[in-house]
Write a protein that binds this ligand. Structure first.
Ligand code: GLN
Length: 487
């Protein structure tokens, strides 16, 4: 492997500017690394070589002319395969979209192309982003670069594994209930979910529209901050995107955090924590103390309801969002239907995988007349209480910390026949989506088998700068981020 692939985007940008390597060479090095690892990892659904090299050439010609480069120009990046890029297949890792070619770009794609970021391919995911292990892909499983017998986490498993294994330097994922933070934690990298509405969802295949948010993966907090700066901003094509200026998120990374109030979420620190995760959390708390932060204990009394709330709201929204995949307009259509109704039912029966069908059924049930008040409406009311818990918590603390997940990556197949056990993996991440607040996972150590542990940090809405600052200080006070999977 080209050693430069192991470096951060910041270091790669310097190397490009100093002409130690050209953008075309760096992009080709990424493709070589991908071809070396693809069979083992399964991180990509497709590669977009032509697009990537075209962008890389533009970067090189700008460098040759001595022109300034936009942020992250020339840095190889992977898009989760539920984001549209003109002319590429956007499958959402589903059979129903297996041959769907994007006729348009997502807004984040446009922003990346404007910044001359080479998009090298589309990363594997759980079908329609539903899952926590990436085992729900209709095509193939993704393997964890730290141990190929283990899951990378989901649903953005390909995005996380590709960055952790240095196939690419950056990637984007989508986070509806933890799908960026969980795989970041399992793969030992940084993954960040912005405030709801900070990044446009236009061109992201919708799962649960009131929860979905696109965010960055990187091997350092600084790189994640820069990638968020590139993709964030108001978009008239997404009515939920916030019309507020984008900050220069990396400007305050090194700010002193003396006196910062770090709240430890009580409910996530005791029950069911793996002993090594517990130890890593104690070490993280000590680290913040040494950095001058003030530790306070925080209680989120309604957190215990978050999984129940999420699996009603997310399934209700997905049952509506996925209604459009009926064989009429997009993707797969059953070849043998005798009439229209049979065409609908067979197309959906053959096109969707079991987890997607389970969610559509749960959501349809929760929304049906007679049950709406008992389930959907109640869940909406409970969502408000979870949000209120955070409002109260942030009166006492500037940021909150917890493990990203109570355990480290598990064996492939360990939970695939037990949906409830799989759903419980998201206990620490889901409430941030319900409340619309930003959160990230930063490497915080390893368990006895050498598997990465993630520290989750949460901040109030639109305080991503504070979040990045708290995460960067923690990252640089430790050396976990310098360790790479030996693959
Ligand atoms: N694991 C959660 C689910 O299965 C979250 C997925 C996500 O964030 N996209 O729904």
């Amino acid at each position: 492997m080209n050693e430069l692939l192991k470096k951060s985007a910041t270091e790669q940008s310097k190397a490009l500017k100093n002409k130690e390597i050209s953008a075309v060479e760096l992009t080709n090095a990424a493709f070589e690394r991908i071809s070396e690892l693809d069979d083992k990892l399964g991180a990509f659904n497709s590669l977009t070589k032509e697009t990537a090299l075209k962008t890389a050439k533009e970067v090189d010609s700008k460098i040759a002319k001595g022109e300034d480069l936009p942020l992250l120009a020339g840095i190889p990046l992977a898009l989760k395969d539920n984001m549209n890029l003109i002319g590429s297949k956007t499958t959402a890792s589903s059979k129903i979209l297996e041959n769907f070619v994007s006729p348009f770009n997502a807004t984040i794609t446009e922003k990346l192309l404007n910044n001359l970021v080479p998009i090298v391919g589309k990363a594997n995911l759980d079908e329609f982003a539903m899952g926590s292990s990436n085992e729900n892909s209709a095509f193939r499983k993704v393997h964890n670069p730290w141990d190929l017998n283990k899951v990378p986490g989901g649903s953005s498993g390909g995005s996380a594994a590709s960055v952790a294994s240095c196939e690419v330097t950056l990637s984007l994922g989508s986070d509806t209930g933890g799908s960026i933070r969980l795989p970041a934690s399992f793969c030992g990298i940084v993954g960040m979910k912005p405030t709801y509405g900070r990044v446009s969802r236009y061109g992201l295949i919708a799962f649960a529209s009131s929860l979905d948010q696109i965010g960055p993966f990187a091997r350092t907090v600084e790189d994640a901050a820069n990638l968020l700066e590139v993709i964030a901003g108001h978009d008239p094509k997404d009515s939920t995107s916030l019309n507020l200026p984008v900050e220069h998120y990396s400007a305050n990374l090194d700010n002193d955090i003396t006196g910062l109030k770090v709240g430890v979420i009580k409910e996530l620190m005791s029950e069911g924590l793996a002993p090594d995760v517990q130890k890593a959390m104690e070490t993280a708390i000590d680290c913040y103390k040494k950095l001058g932060a003030e530790i306070v204990e925080i209680s989120l009394p309604n957190l215990k309801h978050s999984i129940g709330i999420y699996y009603i709201l997310a399934t209700a929204e997905c049952s509506s969002n996925l209604a459009r995949f009926d064989g009429v307009r997009y993707g797969y259509r059953t070849p043998d239907a005798k009439n229209l109704m049979e065409m609908y039912t067979k197309t959906r029966a053959e096109g969707f995988g079991p987890e997607v069908k389970r969610r559509i059924m749960l959501g349809t049930y929760a929304l049906s007349s007679g049950y709406y008040d008992a389930y959907y409406k109640k869940a909406q009311q409970m969502r408000a209480l979870v949000t209120q818990d955070f409002i109260e918590a942030f009166k006492k603390a500037d940021v909150l910390i917890s493990p990203t997940c109570p355990n480290t990556a598990f064996e492939l197949g360990a939970k695939s026949n037990d949906p409830l056990a799989m759903y419980l993996t998201d206990i620490a991440t889901i409430s941030a989506n319900l409340a619309g607040i930003p959160g990230l996972s930063v490497p915080a150590g390893f368990d006895k088998d050498g598997m990465p542990i993630g520290l989750q940090i949460l901040a109030p809405q639109l305080q991503e700068s504070k979040l990045f600052n708290a995460a960067h200080k923690f990252e640089r006070a430790n050396d976990f981020y310098t360790k790479l999977a030996d693959i």
